[in-house]
Design a protein around this ligand. Structure first.
Ligand code: SF4
Ligand code: SF4
Length: 440
């Protein structure tokens, strides 16, 4: 096996982390580690995208895992999945080779966070601000492993992904969707927004805990879009996300009662990191400090959506502080490696159902219809940056005919990033430095 050649193939296929911020997979697989963990936790409440992928593509996922284990030279692979998904576990167990095993996770949030996952599965603590490879581990989302299989065995690039569409829609569903498909097409496919809501709704891209507000309903889905969730505009989660930036820190200064409830549930504090959201709030409100522990926050949202009795958001305070620290040229100075997790950790895990109740999401907890056909809108808009790194540069122009899987934008030189491919056959109708539009 020529590792460089295989990594080049993964790079040329545009594979990026499907479960997170889109870190280019070839770069992650350059590592040498002893264990590869397949992240099948899908711990965001409500989403079914990874579960549907496992149900439909389990053998490809395991093949992708075998290839990835070889690439990083690992001794074994572990599929980490919540113990409550018994049907999926049985399906996977039947196909496991000798060097892959299953680890059963509790139904807790955020058990799929990479650093929490590495502790749960291997009892290793990733250093503050560090990566799993520093403790001999690579973590890959199941969607990414499926894409690695397609890249190496079928020479197929990333042109679609599994997306869950639910919330205030008539017919929630989960399907394989062509990259670039518009959110409005997917909401129409779900029967539209429930009539009673009229136009008083907002849309989240991603899960309810970490998703982002959608500004434009014609926005396209990308290689990292796991869900589209429609919520009433007066839902608490929407209310928090719409809080004016200038008010977030002012509210912290006025209302934080230093009760520490946020810290008691903070997953990073509980694995021994120096992340104390109550102290962060004190730094900001009393001492007006640019507290660098903000860098240790994974923005899971538990402090805000689950814990705080005053409706404050240490998460958004941390996000603002990170921005200010970067602007001030201050890097993350924290990199200590705790040797044990907090003693209260095992009593502070937040069960998935409890979180759903607390976040007022019970109404939307349904098993969405699993659609068999691949969906795509008639016009697709493919973003040139769907990954960490630099944007890809267009290599097509208006009026060009393109075919499904053809490269339409490439990375320059050795910049970090991922090539971009057409997800349909069609004609290029617009090219900008941000996106390429193609009509079927
Ligand atoms: S969002 Fe809150 S609970 Fe989550 S890591 Fe950050 S401070 Fe901790
Ligand atoms: S839970 Fe809320 S009020 Fe309590 S310390 Fe944290 S931010 Fe302050």
């Amino acid at each position: 096996m020529n590792k460089k050649k295989l990594l080049d193939q993964i790079k040329a296929s545009g594979v990026v982390g499907a479960g997170g911020a889109g870190f280019p997979t070839y770069k992650k697989l350059e590592a040498s580690v002893d264990t590869l963990i397949a992240n099948a936790a899908e711990c965001e409440p409500l989403l079914y995208s990874d579960k549907d992928l496992i149900k439909k593509k389990s053998s490809e996922l395991i093949e992708g895992m075998k290839l990835s284990i070889e690439l990083v030279g690992a001794k074994k692979g572990i599929i980490a999945i919540k113990e409550k998904y018994e049907d999926l576990i049985q399906l996977l167990e039947k196909q496991l080779p000798g060097n892959i095993e299953i680890f059963l996770l509790p139904d807790a949030y955020p058990v799929g966070d990479e650093q929490v996952l590495v502790w749960e599965v291997l009892n290793r603590i990733v250093p503050e601000g560090g990566l799993p490879l520093e403790v001999g581990v690579v973590v890959q989302n199941v969607g990414t492993l499926f894409n690695v299989f397609n890249a190496l065995k079928n020479n197929e690039p990333v042109i679609s992904r599994f997306v869950t569409v639910l919330g205030e829609v008539e017919k929630p569903f989960v399907a394989d969707v062509a990259i670039g498909t518009s959110i409005s097409y997917l909401i129409d496919y779900a029967g539209g927004v429930r009539k009673a809501l009229q136009d008083r709704f907002k849309i989240l891209e991603g899960g309810p805990m970490t998703g982002k507000l959608v500004e434009d309903i014609n926005q396209p889905i990308t290689k990292t879009t796991s869900g589209i969730i429609v919520l009433p505009e007066n839902h608490y989660i929407i209310h928090q996300l719409e809080a004016r930036e200038s008010l977030i820190i002012k509210k912290a200064q006025s209302y934080c009662c230093m009760c520490q409830s946020c810290t008691e549930v903070c997953p990073r504090y509980l694995i021994g990191h120096d992340m104390r959201p109550d102290v962060l709030m004190k730094s900001v409100s009393i001492f007006k400090r640019l507290d660098t522990t903000a860098y240790l926050c994974c923005e899971c949202g538990l402090c805000e959506i689950y814990a705080c009795p005053m409706d404050l958001s240490p998460r958004l305070v941390a996000r603002q502080l990170k921005q200010k620290l970067l602007e001030a040229g201050i890097k993350n100075p924290h990199h200590s490696a705790p040797n044990r997790v907090h003693t209260i950790r095992e009593f502070r895990q937040i069960p998935g159902n409890r979180l759903i109740m607390k976040a007022n999401l019970r109404k939307y907890k349904v098993v969405p219809d699993s659609i068999k056909t691949k969906l795509s809108s008639s016009i697709i808009q493919i973003l040139l940056q769907q990954h960490i790194g630099s944007p890809a540069k267009p290599v097509v122009k208006v009026n060009d005919k393109v075919t499904q899987g053809q490269v339409i934008a490439k990375m320059e030189n050795d910049f970090l990033g991922a090539d971009v491919h057409s997800s349909i056959n069609g004609n290029v109708i617009e090219v900008t430095d941000k996106f390429i539009k193609i009509k079927k």
